[in-house]
Design a protein around this ligand. Structure first.
Ligand SMILES: *Cc1c(COP(=O)(O)O)cnc(C)c1O
Length: 439
């Protein structure tokens, strides 16, 4: 159900709001990538969303492939989720006491992810990854961690080193304010490179508490694991007594029911979840075997807490989202759409002789002006940023809202129809023509 777009792309309201925002909020935004630093121009301020579309304060409509960076797998304002949140809000927003919904969503998640026997809810993916690390260090009695270049696991101190997402977009190695002593405990190697992982274990030996990995990397574009990569990590961790943490904040319930661990049949020790499990509200979680999770307070000594953890509104939104996703055929449909779009883009670029690659896994996809395939951050960095920028701007002007950085994945929702994909590919024709002129 397409809604009319009002005339040419007006921007006056968005620009006026940005001027006000910059006075009171650093860079005018509450998360860096929203500022459009990598693509230029003023970001539209969004007034509302419905299904696959969003509408800005100037009355422009867009087909949205950001989906709030992953949570909105059902599209914007899905009626069942809106009803669930309204019902929960009527009963009271928060109690700081146990509520029935928390038990239900914990049971639903454990049913979907066999490696998660117990879990703890938190409010953001950052908190989930930070807490999982603390638990891994406590459980192994070791201090160091291994991550991958371009992997993003939130903004906890130890994890900012060589991070993807907004950190990669800004091109900074880490962040001022993070003492070297902290990052010295973080080792990192290229994604998809098992021999580098083995090398890190030779160097850091019995000091490594865990390997934390995005099982499909989504914060340096969309980079699927090479066949055998995740299995290899499992084996190396077992051999060295380190824990394997799958950061499925993005991939959980996004690439398959039960996430990447079900899709690739590799069982991690700890799992981080977020985004989709909150249905668009702030919720995330970390979990694993009963034996590990029993070490978390108050069952055990590893401290971790949160005033709004397991918030009733967020839990209601997450639970209803999971209910919708458990229906048969949902992920097949989602993947068919992402694959059609990724392949369609590639075909149109190829027809113009443009170096271009794309990938799609479940409801996430990515593309790059690079001959491909992308295997790691170094590949992602070699992509043509000028062409990306030109393509992005042309698509935005045509009403297609893509992630404003080459280091981010794009997201398909169940609200996107075949006609929406066709509309997107039509817009891509002239966007590629414009990008091709950038040398
Ligand atoms: C988004 C993301 C995070 C951080 O989650 P926030 O809710 O933004 O703190 C962590 N890990 C991965 C893989 C992510 O994609």
């Amino acid at each position: 159900m397409a809604e009319p777009v009002s005339g040419p792309r007006a921007q006056s309201e968005s620009k006026a709001l940005m001027r006000r925002a910059r006075r009171r909020i650093p860079g005018g935004v509450n998360s860096p990538v929203r500022a459009y630093g990598a693509v230029g121009g003023a970001p539209p301020f969004i007034a509302r969303g419905r299904g696959p579309r969003i509408f800005d304060v100037d009355g422009n409509g867009y087909l949205d492939y950001v989906g709030s960076w992953g949570p909105l797998i059902l599209g914007h304002a899905p009626p069942a989720v809106v009803r669930a949140v309204k019902r929960a809000a009527t009963l009271g927003a928060s109690f700081g006491a146990p509520t029935p919904g928390e038990v239900e969503i914990a049971e639903a998640i454990c049913r979907a992810l066999p490696a998660v026997e117990q879990l703890r809810f938190v409010s953001s993916g950052t908190e989930a990854a930070m807490s999982a690390l603390r638990l891994a260090r406590a459980a192994t009695g070791r201090r160091k961690i291994l991550k991958f270049e371009g992997g993003y696991h939130g903004h906890a101190d130890a994890l900012l080193l060589g991070a993807g997402s907004g950190v990669a977009t800004l091109g900074i190695p880490g962040s001022p304010g993070v003492p070297e002593e902290f990052t010295k405990l973080t080792a990192q190697v290229p994604y998809n490179d098992l021999s580098a992982v083995a090398g890190a274990f030779r160097n850091h030996g019995e000091d490594l508490a865990c390997v934390i990995v995005e099982p499909v990397a989504g914060n340096m574009g969309c980079v699927p694991p090479r066949p055998g990569f995740l299995e290899g990590l499992r084996e190396i961790c077992d051999r060295h007594g380190a824990l394997l943490i799958f950061d499925e904040v993005m991939t959980g319930f996004r690439v398959a029911w039960g996430g990447a661990q079900r899709r690739y049949k590799v069982s991690p020790d700890l799992t981080c979840l977020g985004k989709v499990v909150g249905g668009g509200l702030p919720a995330a979680a970390y979990g694993g075997s009963r034996a590990l999770m029993q070490q978390v307070a108050p069952a055990g000594p590893v401290y971790q807490a949160g005033t709004l953890s397991g918030n009733p509104l967020a839990v209601a939104a997450g639970l209803e989202t999971l209910r919708q996703l458990e229906r048969p055929g949902v992920y097949e449909r989602l993947e068919a759409r992402s694959t059609a779009l990724a392949a369609g883009l590639r075909a149109r670029a190829e027809a113009r002789g443009i170096e271009f690659c794309s990938a799609a896994v479940g409801g996430m996809f990515g593309f790059a002006f690079h001959p491909g395939p992308l295997r790691n951050l170094e590949d992602a960095r070699a992509a043509h940023t000028g062409r990306f920028k030109r393509f992005f701007r042309a698509m935005l002007e045509a009403g297609i809202y893509l992630p404003p950085s080459p280091y981010e994945s794009a997201f398909m929702s169940l609200a996107h129809r075949r006609a929406d994909i066709a509309e997107t590919l039509r817009a891509a024709e002239s966007a590629f023509d414009k990008a091709a002129r950038v040398r």
